[in-house]
Write a protein that binds this ligand. Structure first.
Ligand code: GLU
Length: 369
């Protein structure tokens, strides 16, 4: 691997590196990560840091028996976040800036664009953005839930060339390395398919942070489809960072797609979350991604969920086939109203005046899934 001329990278650091014993923050493992960031910047590579660790760092402020309570967890995040930022800030002699995000921010196009602008302004002024999920305000509906996926969304928003996920394992193994002595580390992955997910195993690893290998693969899948080379590396060893700086691959490299998705489609496909579904007749097959405007209330047989104008929906056939993920120009209430109209003329006149239900410019094709 030749050292790439990265213009911009996102480095994701897991909780286990920041607060290994859940007793506040420790700079033990952060020193080599900070050195790596300093060296990248000196070489002209802009860096965005996605740092977990607020919950783990804040844990010691609360009694042991209370820490699994969700309200206390939010308080742990609030208390740990300041400590975490202060710890990072001490390691740099340039300024850093804190950005706290929720999924509700990222899936709203206006807020997403504002986040992008802020990241770019900070980078233009040589300030290091340090991003985490705003765990204090999130609910299940609002959150991303793990910083692996968050880091991929941030990497896409920041137009990064590479995403480096610092983990507590060397990379992706073909089998669980904790239970199989003969497990082999995959040095590169060109195509993320079900066999790769199968190697990653179940949802969580039960350690200090939230994510496991599965969320790292999800993150890699999101990032590579946006043309972002993704690495899972062992963040506990300085060697990993020295290897990266020397153009060597210390872990698993997920290769960026050569023909990345356009930014808007990528955001729709990987960052938004569908709030509802519109079910159309199975015979309806107009290739919606090219003819989005051909979807009218006549083809709709059901509207599921509650959504507002501007929310993301999935359009699928009644046999289950997903067609597109798109911004709905109608609320679920209005769609129900026109789809259930007996007077078809009224419905089509109404739609003519109001405009198409979905539009080509706000859509991601799901037909190949
Ligand atoms: N946002 C969480 C925290 O700062 C971490 C989520 C994760 O471990 O992926 O504690």
């Amino acid at each position: 691997m030749k050292r790439k001329n990265w213009k911009r990278i996102v480095v994701k650091v897991g909780s286990a590196l920041i607060s290994p014993n859940r007793k506040g923050c420790s700079s033990h493992y952060l020193l080599s990560i900070a050195q790596f960031i300093v060296k990248c910047r000196a070489m002209g590579t802009q860096v965005v840091l996605v740092s977990s660790g607020s919950v783990a760092a804040g844990a010691h402020q609360f009694p042991d028996g209370e820490r699994s309570d969700i309200t206390i967890k939010k308080a742990m995040a609030a208390a740990g976040q300041t400590e975490m930022i202060a710890t990072w800030d001490r390691l740099f002699d340039f300024p850093s800036a804190q950005i706290l995000l929720t999924h509700a921010d990222l899936r709203d196009r206006e807020r997403y664009v504002s986040i992008r602008d802020t990241i770019f302004s900070l980078l233009d002024h040589n300030i290091l953005p340090i991003i985490n999920e705003n765990d204090t305000v999130t609910t299940d509906k609002l959150k991303v839930g793990d910083n692996d996926n968050l880091s991929a969304m941030v990497a896409a928003a920041a137009d990064a060339d590479a995403l480096i996920i610092c983990s507590d394992v060397d990379g992706l193994y073909d089998k669980n390395p904790h239970t199989h002595d003969d497990a082999i580390l995959l040095s590169s992955v060109a195509n993320i398919d079900q066999s790769i997910y199968a190697m990653a195993g179940g949802a969580a690893k039960g350690g200090v942070g939230t994510g496991g290998m599965r969320t790292k693969i999800e993150a890699a899948e999101k990032a590579v489809s946006h043309g972002i080379d993704t690495y899972i590396i062992n963040g506990f060893t300085e060697l990993s960072f020295n290897m990266l700086l020397n153009g060597k691959n210390p872990g698993t490299h997920f290769e960026a797609h050569e023909k990345p998705m356009a930014e808007n489609e990528h955001w729709m496909r990987h960052t938004t979350r569908a709030q509802g579904e519109v079910i159309v007749e199975s015979e309806f097959a107009p290739n919606l991604s090219d003819n989005a405007e051909s979807l009218t209330s006549k083809e709709i047989i059901d509207v599921k969920g509650e959504f507002s104008v501007g929310d993301t929906i999935i359009v699928r056939k009644d046999d289950g086939t997903k067609l597109v993920k798109a911004r709905s120009n109608y609320s679920s209430c209005l769609l129900n109203f026109i789809a259930n109209q007996e007077n078809e003329e009224f419905a089509s006149e109404f739609e003519e005046q109001t405009g198409p239900i979905i539009s080509k410019k706000n859509l991601a094709n799901l037909e190949k899934e």
